[in-house]
Each structure stands twice: as structure tokens, then as C-alpha cells.
Design a protein around this ligand. Sequence first.
Ligand code: SF4
Length: 292
Amino acid sequence: MHLIDAKGILTGNGGRYGMNIYRGCTHGCIYCDSRSTCYHFTHPFEDIEVKQNAPDLLEKALRSKRRRCMIGTGSMSDPYMHCEEKLQLTRRCLEIILQNGFGVAIQTKSDLILRDIDLLDEINRTAKCVVQITLTTYDDRLCSIVEPNVCNTKERIKVLEKMQERGIPTVVWMTPILPFINDTAENITAILEECARVGTKGIIDFGMGLTLREGDREYYYAALDRHFPGLRDQYIRQYGNSYELPSPNAAALRTVLRGFCRKHGIMCDPDECFSYMNELPERYQQTSLFDS
Ligand code: SF4
């Protein structure tokens, strides 16, 4: 890990901002797209770049904004990696988001997020908070292979439960689904059952498959060689050098997903899920206008 002073912290326009406090990630997911060369990392992916001045930058940036909106975080690196236990930069940024009346849509695979549930709860009461958890693999043994350095799916489901108890809405990312590995109806159904039980508001999938590109592909194939001998050749025969690798079962799995979500009133259209996560309710906007 190395510390830097970043120049800025927010991306996007006034409708919705994005924020990444860390660059790189130590959770070790074998399929991680963020390690692709197109993101131009100048340091090893596991040598996390820590934007140590993120809270100061965020405070300055939010103070100057008149219009409240949602702030998304966690898309490029997990805001609850192990280093966050000590650094507490995500926690400090949440405090600033709360103080300034903004909403947050936060994405993680780690149950360390429960440390900050008090803040998430308060943000959800004063603005809006959406917690996004990735669930790809119900089987614990398989999960420890594909997502080795972070808590397993069962523990992440407990996070969803705790959020439900507080009335904090959740969205599940059911992606990626790895061809010939976790692309079974049993796996998808087991995850869906849990999503319904814990009142998940939406489920995002991107076509029941995987994407691979330079950097990410080599890392993934090396993991296949270690854990699934022979599978690399099967991938190369089936997909060549394609960016998109849909599961051969994709259509059937999507039918299962759509049918289940319709029955349980869960959003499963990605655009609908993103609109939901990006919108701060009008009611709050009106209240904040009087406050300012
Ligand atoms: S948690 Fe996300 S960013 Fe971190 S290794 Fe896994 S996929 Fe990559």
C-alpha cells in the first residue's frame, strides 16, 4: 500500500457523483476487471494506492455544491478492503456525506461495512443510502477460490439481513457468472432465494457471463490453471479472444432470474436498478432547499 495526495475525489456531473478512495484491490477475485491494462495502473494492482486526503477533498467539494445528489463508490475498488480497518477513510467520507446531506450508493463484498451501519442508517434517514453487495457463488468452497480474500457469500447475506433490519435498501450484483464454474441453475436459484428472504430491492446481472480483456484475462487464466485444470483450453475453444464470454446456459439462467424477480417484486432490469440508485428523492431535495 502507498499513500498519495490526490488532486480531486469526485467524478461525474451534478446529477450523480462517483468516488474512489482507493485504487487497486486486495480481495483477489480471479475475474477482476479492474486489473485490466486499459485502466493504466502504474503500480501492482495489490499495492493499493490510498488517497489519504480523500476526506479533505470531499469536504471541500461538497461544501461548494448547492444541489444534493447521490454519490456512488466501490465500482473500481472495494471501499472495505482490509486496510480500511485501520485507515477509516471510507468511514470519514461517509461522515462528510452525512453532514452535507448527500446520499450514497456503496458497493462492497466485505462485511466490514457493518462497522459503519450506524452512519449508513443515518444517511438513509436524512437522504438515501443503497448498499450493493456482490453475490456470485453460493457454494462456500467455490467462493473461496473465485473470491479468495474476502468474506464468503453466506457472510455477505448476513450483511443484507442487517441492512434489512435497519430498513436500508440493498441491491445485489449477481455478476460475473463464470462459464462452466458457477453458471448453474442451482447456484442462481440458491442466491435468488436468499435475495428474496432478505428483501433485496434489485438484482443486477450483465447477461449471465464474464468479460475478459488484457491484464484481466491473463490473471484469470492463470487461476483456471491452478484450480480448474483443462478449463483454459475449453474457454479458448469456446470464446477465442472475445471480450464477452456469456455462459452457454445464459438464456436459461436469465429466464430463471426474470421469472423469480417478477414473482417476488424485485427489480432486475439494470437500467431500472441504476436509476433507482442514482436518484435522490424529490422530497429530500425540497426539504434541503429550505435548509440552504
Ligand atoms: S472486490 Fe472488486 S475490485 Fe476487488 S478484486 Fe474483487 S472484483 Fe476486483
